[in-house]
Design a protein around this ligand. Sequence first.
Ligand code: CA2
Length: 145
Amino acid sequence: MTRRILLVNGPNLNLLGTREPELYGTATLADVVALTTDAAASRGFELRAIQSNHEGVLIDAIHAAREDCAAIVINPGGLTHTSVSLRDALTGVALPFAEVHISDVYAREEFRHHSYLDDVAAVRVIGEGVSGYETAVRQLAALIP
Ligand code: CA2
């Protein structure tokens, strides 16, 4: 299996670093990709990164990962709380994946407490800020021989 990890960031995460720093910090999406690339490289993995505001684009990227990735790190944004289709894509490709949330969703509104991914994610990292992406890579890499 190719030693490559797919990093998926969902809707609105392109806005990282531009507003709501009290929730999401000041790092940009480019910073997140850079830190996740480094975390993956230090464990012998290449990183492919995608961010989209469109659910179907995210699903297509997850399907493509079946061909050449060993694992997925995903912050699905608001789709966490709404999308059966995203869950079906992730279970359909059967790659181990980490669900990452920058903010502590359990300390926020009730509607953020439910995740369609929580029972199928191999790793969950919640509320660690953007360093949670590094934690996710470390924990996922430990599962891959
Ligand atoms: O905490 C997280 O990482 C979330 O996945 C972020 C989602 C939110 O819907 C989830 O409940 C928790 C929202 C992403 C929006 O990101 C922004 C970043 C900066 C400014 C505005 C939005």
